[in-house]
Design a protein around this ligand. Structure first.
Ligand SMILES: [Zn+2]
Length: 268
């Protein structure tokens, strides 16, 4: 009896190990299939479904900030743009907007652009298509309620993209925006290093990625203190992502770059 009990215990243990192993292998093969079937950048770029950078006849770039708003860093960044001229695009998360609605409203009052960076900042591969939709929708409605603005831009978490991302974005009439230069302000790099790297690779039509939340962003602010005056001196204009999309679509019919409210003009 005792021997039978032990054998049965062993049998159950091995059976469990077997089940776990096959589940793991199944998951792994699904992941491999997913990676193997993932379409490359040029597929989405050619179809205009995702934007990394744009062909730009004007000396203009779009500087973007993810993960905010933050009462401290978003405001410091906006003050720098007020000082050096131009406008930024802030891809906000709904959970941060709930905490700092007044900062979101200030972004709009100061004529910067708002984009959607989901509600909980969850990795997209972990979300079903429906949950991705819910994440987008929650932030969309929150921003609409607080500012009256209808967001049209979506920055996926970690720049992850696939057909699911495009499908959900399209169903909400959104444009997916990645970036062409990552400032790497999330790393341990200081402001000088970040600025040097950005300046070295800058060209018209680029979309730059920074963060105004998710830790101490003093390095981001320090980098902008170098980047903004240097690029302004080189004749660059800092425009929103939507402005840049419009300019790239109608380069000859838009001779003057205007801010979203139309109050200021940026000379070419
Ligand atoms: Zn993010």
């Amino acid at each position: 009896m005792f021997i039978i009990l032990i054998k049965r215990k062993l049998f159950v243990r091995w059976m469990l190990i077997g089940i776990l192993f096959s589940l793991a292998m199944g998951g792994l093969s699904l992941a491999v299939i997913e990676v193997a079937s993932k379409k490359p950048r040029h597929y989405f770029e050619k179809r205009g479904e995702i934007v990394w950078e744009l062909s730009m006849p004007h000396k203009a770039i779009a500087i973007t900030f993810d993960d905010g708003p933050s009462p401290s860093f978003t405001r410091q960044i906006m003050d720098l743009f007020s000082h050096y001229g131009g406008y930024a695009t802030f891809f906000v998360t709904g959970s941060q907007v709930e905490k700092f609605p007044e900062v979101l409203q200030e972004i709009v009052r100061r004529h910067h652009e708002i984009g959607n960076h989901l509600y909980h900042h969850r990795p997209i591969p972990l979300l079903s298509e429906y949950h991705l939709y819910l994440e987008l929708q929650k932030t969309h409605q929150l921003v609409q309620k607080l500012t009256g603005i209808t967001i049209r831009l979506f920055r996926p978490i970690n720049g992850f993209y696939d057909e699911k991302v495009v499908r959900v974005a399209r169903s909400m009439n959104y444009q997916v925006i990645i970036w062409s230069q990552d400032s790497q302000d999330w790393s341990k790099k200081d402001g000088k290093e970040i600025a040097a790297n950005i300046l070295k690779h800058i060209r018209p039509g680029q979309i730059l990625l920074f963060h105004d939340q998710g830790g101490n962003r003093t390095n981001t602010v320090d980098a902008l203190k170098i980047i903004l005056p240097e690029l302004a001196a080189q004749g660059y204009h800092f425009i929103t992502v939507s402005q840049m999309i419009k300019l790239s679509q109608h380069p000859s019919t838009t001779p003057v770059l205007k801010n979203p409210a139309g109050a200021d003009e940026l000379k070419r």
